[in-house]
Write a protein that binds this ligand. Structure first.
Ligand SMILES: [Mn+2]
Length: 559
């Protein structure tokens, strides 16, 4: 006698008769009975036994059993039946080999997996023996799973570190990343992830993530819609999948106090977006993207997202010979106008953000860098509705220094949030590494302090552990060390600003603009004739040193 709790399938015989002789009896002359039924949820079972294996001669039964997971996908609560397989044979024939070789082991496996997963869902820790990460300024050099500098409640220039830094964990790299790259498959296997696209797996992963956020002491997270839940066969099914996981997210956010810094829609992975989403040559594709963003905004509103990001991974060109760039940019602007209209209609209060990137995956991305995006927004009258989400790894891909786009967007009041990461500028592609360079983080935090903070944006770790960093511990160390690097950057920048030596030295360089004709030019009041008169009277300007090395030496004093 063997037993297993299994999901009842569609209009299963359970609903009518308690005895079910199919499918196993037809195969092996073994009697199978559904002896009991109860309500369960889709997290309570593993694979349907022998799925796709046990009955090569009866494909119709195989497909019947295949309905199990599909059915369960759609429902939180499902009917579970206790399937009892007894050895009462209807003839003297030996048990069907499929029964002994596949069904019995599969049933045992299903039961074990169900128990293990139910345990993981409800009771266990996903990161046993790790965290919470503590502030320990006296830590030894080899102690890296601590904060030496990040002390959440410590005040810096009138606000706590937590308030200035607003750290966020990104879901895609840290909970969907597998370490695969264009040359090799996954290297990172998380114990909670069974590798399937099931909702059950999606939910378990989310529970693991919230344990991680809490142990790390990070108060925000970010995601793409498709990170959370799998795509279904139709948009309606996809939306239903998303809704189901979003409800769990709402519950976990409520329980832990972790908030949503921003949500975004993945408009680049699916093959339908190969020509672009808002800038596709096919309007039907753009309609799909619009429908997806409509749902994304609803989810963002449901979860209280403080921002909503657009990263145009496929919005660009590979060749100018087949591309109408003006039409595509007009369509992109029209798309954003639909977004603004719907955002206002549903009362979503989050800040809309565009994330520049120069190239990759397209040869040229329309959102090339901060200045390009700001010019686009002005061109189409959209600038009041958007700010920028700056990712320094993208800035360096555009051929600029690390902090360039942070400073440029901030200078125009357009810095909304930061995807805190770094690249390897010697490589030329987007490596999304954890930011570990104190100088770079100091420069970024100087810009953040000078604009009086980044809220409602934050510092989102759009960074992935290297594919060789396969331990769970590496995920913690990466975040803790990056948080520490930014905490050092914050303290350094605060000292630079408080001491005032940079401001004083920079002001001295621009002193000629503070009075006379210089100040009249700056105010837009001067004329060419007036400028000519000054030069006629005073001759050539006297060259002044820029003192770059002096400034660099001063910066080194602070880092
Ligand atoms: Mn990146």
């Amino acid at each position: 006698m063997h037993e297993a709790w299994l999901p009842c399938v569609g209009d299963s015989p359970l609903a009518g008769s308690p005895t079910y002789d199919e499918p196993f009896s037809a195969l092996s002359r073994i009697t199978c009975k559904w002896t009991e039924m109860r309500e369960g949820d889709s997290s309570e079972y593993g694979e349907v036994p022998g799925r796709g294996e046990y009955n090569p001669s009866r494909p119709e039964l195989q497909s019947e059993m295949m309905k199990g997971p599909v059915f369960a996908k759609k429902m939180t609560h499902i009917l579970l039946g206790r399937l009892t397989v007894s050895t009462t044979r209807q003839s003297s024939a030996a048990p069907h080999s499929g029964y002994t070789q596949h069904v019995l082991p599969a049933m045992a496996q299903a039961t074990a997996k169900r128990q293990k997963m139910a345990h993981a869902n409800r009771e266990s820790e996903f990161f046993p023996g790790i965290g919470p990460v503590e502030y320990k300024p006296s830590a030894e050099p080899s102690e890296t799973l601590v904060f030496r500098h990040y002390n959440a409640q410590q005040e810096v220039l009138g606000r706590t570190m937590e308030e200035w830094l607003r750290f966020s964990v990104c879901y895609w790299h840290s909970f969907r990343g597998t370490g695969s790259d264009p040359f090799g498959g996954p290297t990172i296997k998380r114990p909670w992830d069974d590798g399937t696209d099931s909702l059950d797996n999606a939910k378990r992963r989310l529970r693991a993530a919230f344990e991680f956020f809490t142990k790390l002491g990070i108060k925000y997270w970010t995601f793409h819609d498709r990170d959370l839940a799998p795509e279904g066969k139709t948009l309606a099914e996809t939306n239903a999948n998303l809704d189901e996981v979003v409800e769990l997210a709402a519950e976990l956010m409520n329980k832990t106090g972790v908030k949503l810094l921003w949500a975004t829609c993945n408009l680049f992975v699916h093959p339908r977006y190969m020509h672009g989403a808002a800038t596709s040559c096919d309007a039907h594709v753009t309609m799909y993207a619009a429908a997806q963003v409509k749902k994304g905004l609803e989810v963002a509103r449901r979860l209280g997202a403080e921002n909503f990001v657009f990263w145009g991974g496929r919005e660009g060109y590979h060749s100018l010979i087949n591309t109408d760039v003006r039409a595509e940019l007009d369509h992109l602007a029209a798309f954003y106008k639909m977004v603004i209209a719907y955002k206002e209609k549903i009362g979503f209060k989050g800040q809309l953000l565009i994330e520049p990137k120069a190239k990759e995956p397209t040869r040229h991305q329309y959102d090339y860098d901060a200045q390009t995006v700001m010019a686009f927004l002005h061109q189409y009258g959209l600038n009041a509705h958007f700010k920028l989400n700056i990712e320094p790894n993208h800035t360096t891909l555009a051929g600029h220094p690390y902090e360039h786009d942070v400073i440029f967007s901030s200078a125009y009041g357009m810095l909304g949030s930061i995807d805190a990461n770094t690249g390897s500028p010697d490589l030329g592609w987007d490596t999304d590494q954890f930011p570990m360079d104190v100088r770079s983080c100091t420069m970024v935090m100087k810009a953040v302090l000078e604009q009086d903070g980044i809220a409602p944006g934050g510092l989102n770790f759009d960074a992935k552990v290297r594919r060789e960093s396969t331990d769970l511990k590496d995920l913690f160390i990466a975040h803790a060390a990056a948080m520490d690097t930014f905490a050092r950057g914050l303290k350094n920048a605060a000292s630079m600003i408080s001491d005032g030596v940079f401001a004083k030295s920079i002001n001295a360089r621009y002193v000629s603009w503070k009075s006379g004709v210089g100040s009249r030019i700056a105010r837009g009041e001067a004329t060419l004739e007036e400028c000519e008169k000054v030069v006629m009277e005073h001759g050539d300007p006297r060259p002044e040193s820029g003192h770059q090395e002096h400034f660099e030496a001063m910066l080194n004093h602070y880092i």
